[in-house]
Write a protein that binds this ligand. Structure first.
Ligand code: ATP
Ligand code: MG
Length: 455
């Protein structure tokens, strides 16, 4: 017996019908992105390890302990499964000189990889949908990105998502704050945990991001970056806030919000819910005006966000907001196998008109090659039994959620017609439609508004 193969811990298969929720979410995202005129970008899942070390900062949770890094066995390159997508998007922007004719607004969707302890809302392969606006310096684009996420929650029907906002200021302001932080934490060194001690001199700001409950009081009383911001930084934040105010987007300013990557400056924000336990951040982002230059590009400002798809889906499920996928428009009941060529031709015509069609095909029983497998073609006496009785086919038609059953019986086909049976509105009503004019019937379905993808 060969050993059972299973998925890697923390990495999940996504199966129907659960995957329908994802397809729907992605369709809503695409609609919103289009409304804001953001274009799709797809970058590789594997990138050189150096990209993330340089991009995210050496002293970050991700780079220190969460990356899936390995050496390519053949050419010994150091590679990493992307833990986030901003670094890759910036690399691609530089590599393809995408900002040569002005700023770019981009979005992506896809899997990310972090070696964390799997739990609700935290996986080792998870998915992010993200947006980046590259080459824009003014606060209206920060606000636009926040409005876009806000619009997305609205379109999805999500309520109770709170926006928290902060400014990390500019590097020189952060430096002054950093000195004050080090002095403060040094004077309370007995209260620091191991992580904090290690980061005290390398990245003290990150100590504010601690999840250790024992350190919360200490961190709450630490010097506040807001007090170190200069006029320009303050007015950038004000610019963002006034646009949000004008659009009735509520937010709270949270001076403790620092985010997990080193590349941020000025605006940072998170969308948070209290309905997912401790994994309550569903979307986070901010400005990263120095990253493009730091990665070797011509200096250009940028701002973006990323949301955790698993967490958003979980919220949508809890709130019962996920629409059911519609069944097919048509289920084809095919009692005999003799006329399959004609049947499949008709079904292709319907599909070419945009009608969703499920063909009844008998499921094979047993293992491939076993003698109990039903014959697909042939004229054996058990042919009818193999395709399934009319009754069992109608049962499947009902279960499929189809609006209509089309019955392709030999008697109908010899007359050049097919029986159309309504399975939903006016159940049982039936009439004959001419096969040669089946595209006309298909058009009548479309104009009758039969063709919704989601209920
Ligand atoms: P957290 O503080 O929860 O670890 P983070 O700051 O590491 O989050 P980001 O790097 O900002 O997260 O990623 C953006 C979003 O991606 C998060 O807000 C979250 O919704 C989602 N996310 C991050 N890590 C995971 C994970 N391991 N599993 C599922 N979703 C995740
Ligand atoms: Mg994290």
């Amino acid at each position: 017996m060969s050993q059972k193969l299973t998925a890697v811990k923390g990495m999940n298969d996504l199966l129907p019908p659960d995957s329908n929720a994802w397809v729907w979410l992605e369709s809503v995202v695409q609609k919103v992105m289009r409304r804001f005129a953001y274009s799709n970008i797809r970058t590789p899942i594997v990138e050189p390890t150096a990209l993330f070390v340089r991009g995210l900062g050496e002293v970050t949770d991700i780079v220190e302990k969460e990356m899936y890094s390995f050496e390519d066995r053949l050419n010994h390159e150091q590679l990493t499964l992307r833990p986030e997508a901003t670094a890759g998007v910036v690399r691609a922007t530089i590599e393809h000189n995408m900002l040569y004719d002005g700023g770019k607004r981009l979005y992506y969707m896809g899997p990310m990889f972090r070696h964390e302890r799997p739990q609700r809302g935290r996986y080792r392969q998870f998915h992010q949908i993200g947006a980046e606006a590259l080459g824009f310096a003014l606060p209206d684009v920060d606000a636009e990105l926040i409005l876009m996420a806000h619009t997305l929650w609205k379109e999805l029907g999500l309520k109770n998502v709170k926006l928290e906002l902060n400014s990390l200021g500019e590097p020189e302001e952060r430096l002054k704050h950093r000195q004050a932080l080090i002095a403060y934490f040094e004077s309370h060194s007995a209260l620091l945990d191991e992580d904090a001690k290690r980061r005290l001199h390398s990245n003290p700001l990150r100590i504010l991001d601690t999840k250790n409950p024992a350190m919360q009081d200490l961190v709450n009383a630490a010097p506040n970056l807001m007090d170190f911001l200069g006029e320009k930084s303050k007015s950038h934040l004000k610019g963002v806030c006034s646009i949000l105010d004008a659009n009735w987007v509520e937010y709270s300013l949270n001076a403790r919000l620092v985010r997990g990557m080193d590349y941020y400056n000025l605006t940072v924000f998170e969308f948070i819910t209290d309905q997912l336990g401790s994994q309550g951040t569903i979307c986070g982002g901010g400005r990263y005006d120095y990253l493009i230059a730091q990665m070797g590009g011509k200096p250009a400002p940028a701002v973006g966000w990323a949301m955790g798809v698993e967490r958003v889906i979980e919220l949508l499920k809890d709130a019962n907001l996920i629409p059911k996928v519609q069944g097919p428009d048509v289920f084809a009941v095919v009692p005999e196998s003799e006329n399959l060529e004609v049947v499949m031709q008709v079904l292709q015509t319907l599909r070419s008109k945009g009608i969703s069609v499920q063909m009844h095909s008998p499921s094979a029983s047993g293992n491939p090659g076993s003698t109990v497998t039903a014959p697909i073609t042939g004229n054996g006496g058990d042919e009818k039994a193999a395709r399934g009785s009319m009754k069992s086919q109608f049962k499947r038609a009902d279960a499929s959620g189809a609006s209509f059953a089309l019955v392709f019986g030999a008697a109908e086909l010899s007359k050049g017609v097919v029986t159309v049976k309504s399975l939903r509105d006016g159940v049982g009503a039936q009439r004959e439609e001419s096969i040669s004019q089946i595209d006309g019937w298909a058009s009548s379905l479309q104009s009758g508004g039969e063709m919704k993808d989601w209920e």
